[in-house]
Design a protein around this ligand. Sequence first.
Ligand code: PLP
Length: 404
Amino acid sequence: MFTINENYLKLQGSYLFSTIAKKVAAYKEANPEADVIRLGIGDVTQPLAPVIIEALQKAVAEMGTAEGFRGYGPEQGYDFLRNAIAVNDYQARGCDIAADEIFVSDGAKCDVGNIQEIFGISNRVAVCDPVYPVYVDTNVMAGRTGMYNSAAGGFDGLIYMPCTEENGFAPSLPEEVPDLIYLCFPNNPTGAAIKKDALQEWVDYANRNGSVILYDAAYEAYISEEDVPHSIYECSGARTCAIEMHSFSKNAGFTGLRLGYTVIPKDLKAGGASLHDLWNRRHGTKYNGAPYIVQRAGEAVYSEEGKKKLKAQVAYYMENARIIREGLKEAGFTAYGGVNAPYIWLKTPDQLTSWEFFDRLLNEVQVVGTPGSGFGASGEGFFRLTAFGTHENTVEALKRIRRF
Ligand code: PLP
């Protein structure tokens, strides 16, 4: 008789976004005429830029010719894309990262979820609280945690690093030293970013203690302030303690196309074993590669035209962020984020819980956001709005929230 991976049973049944979807569906069924504005789920809304469509079309046409046809591609990604990433995302910023340290994938979610596979089960894991749920869930599935502890609002065995109003949503260095540390800046859900000297402290801490930082840079393109690092490799010593994950989803609209990458420097070693080699082995065994045509579209992101168009797209969302942030403040809310990230983290008024605020916003003004408590215990009393709506919807949503 087969058995199952019982760690999966520890996961909480109801996933945040499915609960939201159910509540919105129930509301719409009861109020079919209602015009509900969704500023909840972190998906982009702007269409792919023409330069990306052209690259896709060209690659599709190539695939239909004898000379241009491609079968299985290189497991770590095509050189044209790895080189474009190394030059533009790293070397142009003074980071010492080579093309062969970059592993192209079908998105950051897979990489941030799968990267834990190359680490031992007994590693102690630290996550921010609140947190993008994938880091926690995949470590639960792997068996690196105990059971869900509803009194504490988290899994036993994990080190939760609270990100609160008091610490500016930037966690303090943990007293109990973790082996694996997940950091994400700019942050989903709080929209917080940290300065280079603060990130350097994490790098020094990890090197001092033999920890690894798993750095999620999915929102790097939204950084607007000078002293906020775009990559952890801007910090000295990061090559020996950090893995970095990137996505083409939020900077270039690839949420549906799927493309991302992970950087594992060759200097990153544990007990003589190279993490780069382990991930290479895993990639070769368990991964089919992002399609050639999508990698060509990724290359177009780094063309002059691509850079210009995508900067404009990010600016479009950040204008929404400004409208939300300032509109909320004018309406008397306390709101954070939205300067280096497409997320605004607002404090619920009148001490409403995150879900109470969700229900009232939906029922009274037909705006959907994401309850902060869905991202962890420290998210209680907060609420996430995203800048990924259209300009018109964002303006209308804020008009309605002012009435709230
Ligand atoms: N990392 C963070 C912090 C995210 O918020 C998301 C998506 O919302 C991802 C990774 C996933 O990115 P991708 O679309 O490349 O899988």
